[in-house]
Design a protein around this ligand. Structure first.
Ligand code: B12
Ligand code: SF4
Ligand code: SF4
Length: 378
């Protein structure tokens, strides 16, 4: 029998190991990024849809040439694209505390970077043992993970902007392993399985999904609750609805997610992260918050971002049991939180609460209180 060339063996070994490590889907793509992908990225930046995420502009060109991200290798040959499901079963909120609102499913596990990076490191070590140079990325590298995953046949570029898989639906976290294995080009393109469906577009609470299958981040609840710093534009706050961190609407309504069901196996969700005690975002110093949430996605907006989100949700939900959130927010040391309290007090038609904040030391809090009073009293 003919021995297989060693690069084919290495590629197969690494893909098999990825499955052993808990990835649900894995496939190889060419390391040559097609012109339409990086041009599309440039056009998206040019249209300003990155909102405040200026880090997406830094070294934007590196997405076109992956060799700049595989240190000390002449060039990237092939890339192993990986996907792991975060389609968890619904969880029961833990007892005690004040629990309301929703956290997007990807954030139900202790930080997914921390869960996936050790798996990528294991693949890098195995690659080295096979004489292959490799480097793993999950989320924050200058790498268009969806483009790679699409060309590796893990799924297609769906109308929601997501990489959707026929097996896993849309609740898939992606990662990539850049390697210097010889490039073998891409296989066949994955067919578009959206058909005439437009559920995600109609269900998006803020109209953030554009016709070119890209997101206008400035409108997206995920951006507003995770990445946006400072006050959220007032007119966007009702659209945040009950989302404390991220948003799952476009993934949840997708028929492919419904068909796949709750099949996450490798990642373990934590009910305390899915349904955090809202009171826990107040009365903590930034350092205490970091100690409690440092290993989670909740740390990204920092304590004041989570407190801002909590009071915005309390405003939108208008449930009497959430009154303590409004009181704590109105007295919070961070002006951004007190400013968000003016919105919530307006939703609650609490003129007395707004009157108090009209004399706040911070100009933007006073402006919020005045705006609320104008809305309520004309
Ligand atoms: C910035 C960012 C955001 C921004 C902007 C979102 C956006 N759609 O661009 C915000 C904060 C809004 C966001 C939100 C979310 N995000 Co996000 N985000 C990223 C990040 C860091 C960069 C994305 C980016 O560069 N966007 C700019 C656009 C123009 O680039 P792009 O998406 O890569 O698309 C270009 C090409 O790749 C190509 N393309 C796009 N998709 C596909 C698919 C195929 C098959 C092909 C061939 C080509 C192709 O077209 C585009 C133009 O050329 C990636 C991680 C990464 N490094 O890729 C995660 C990532 C895209 N996010 C992810 C997730 C899970 C989410 C949320 C679901 C989180 C949540 N529940 O709240 C939402 C979903 C919003 C949505 N409908 O897209 C996952 C997506 C997994 C998947 N199955 O697609 C990623 C890949 C992180 C990860 N490692 O898993 N995110
Ligand atoms: S994450 Fe939410 S707000 Fe953002 S595009 Fe999807 S449905 Fe719209
Ligand atoms: S909801 Fe429909 S249109 Fe949107 S990604 Fe899923 S299949 Fe495509």
């Amino acid at each position: 029998m003919l021995a297989l060339p060693s690069s084919t063996n290495a590629a197969e070994t690494l893909r098999d190991l990825a499955f052993e490590l808990g990835f649900d889907v894995a496939g190889w793509a060419s390391g040559q990024v097609p012109r339409e992908a990086w041009q599309g990225y440039g056009e998206w930046l040019g249209s300003g849809r990155q909102a405040g995420m200026t880090y997406l502009e830094t070294g934007a060109w590196r997405r076109a040439d992956l060799s700049t991200s595989l240190l000390a290798a002449p060039q990237v040959g092939r890339v192993l694209a990986l996907g792991i499901s975060h389609a968890f079963e619904e969880l029961v909120p833990p007892p005690g505390g004040l629990r309301a609102g929703r956290v997007a499913r990807y954030a139900w596990t202790p930080d997914y970077h921390a869960q996936i990076e050790p798996r990528l490191s294991r693949l890098v070590r195995e690659a080295a043992a096979l004489g292959v140079r490799a480097r793993g990325y999950v989320d924050h590298g200058p790498v268009m993970e969806r483009d790679l995953a699409g060309r590796a046949f893990l799924g297609w570029h769906a109308k929601s902007g997501m990489l959707v898989s026929t097996e896993l639906g849309a609740f898939v976290t992606l990662a990539v392993l850049l390697t210097d294995l010889p490039d073998e080009g891409d296989g066949p393109a994955h067919p578009d399985r959206c058909g005439r469906c437009t559920r995600c577009v109609s269900a998006c609470p803020t109209g953030a999904i554009d016709a070119d299958r890209a997101i206008d981040a400035g409108k997206c609840v995920s951006y507003l609750t995770i990445e946006h710093r400072g006050p959220v534009p007032w007119e966007r706050r009702p659209g945040i609805g009950e989302w404390l961190l991220g948003c799952d609407v476009c993934c949840a309504v997708c028929p492919w997610s419904l068909k796949a069901g709750a099949l996450a196996q490798a990642l373990q969700p934590d009910p305390e992260l899915a349904y955090p005690d809202l009171l826990g975002f107040f009365g903590l110093s930034e350092r205490e918050f970091e100690r409690r949430y440092g290993h989670t996605a909740h740390a990204r907006p920092r304590r004041k971002g989570m407190a801002r989100n909590a009071v915005t949700v309390a405003g939108n939900l208008r449930e009497e049991r959430l009154r303590p959130v409004l009181d704590l927010a109105a007295a919070d040391p961070a002006w951004e939180v007190r400013e968000a309290a003016t919105y919530a007090l307006t939703c609650w038609q609490d003129v007395a609460g707004l009157e108090k904040l009209r004399f706040d030391p911070h100009e933007q809090v006073r402006a919020g209180a005045q705006r609320g009073l104008n809305e309520l009293l004309g």
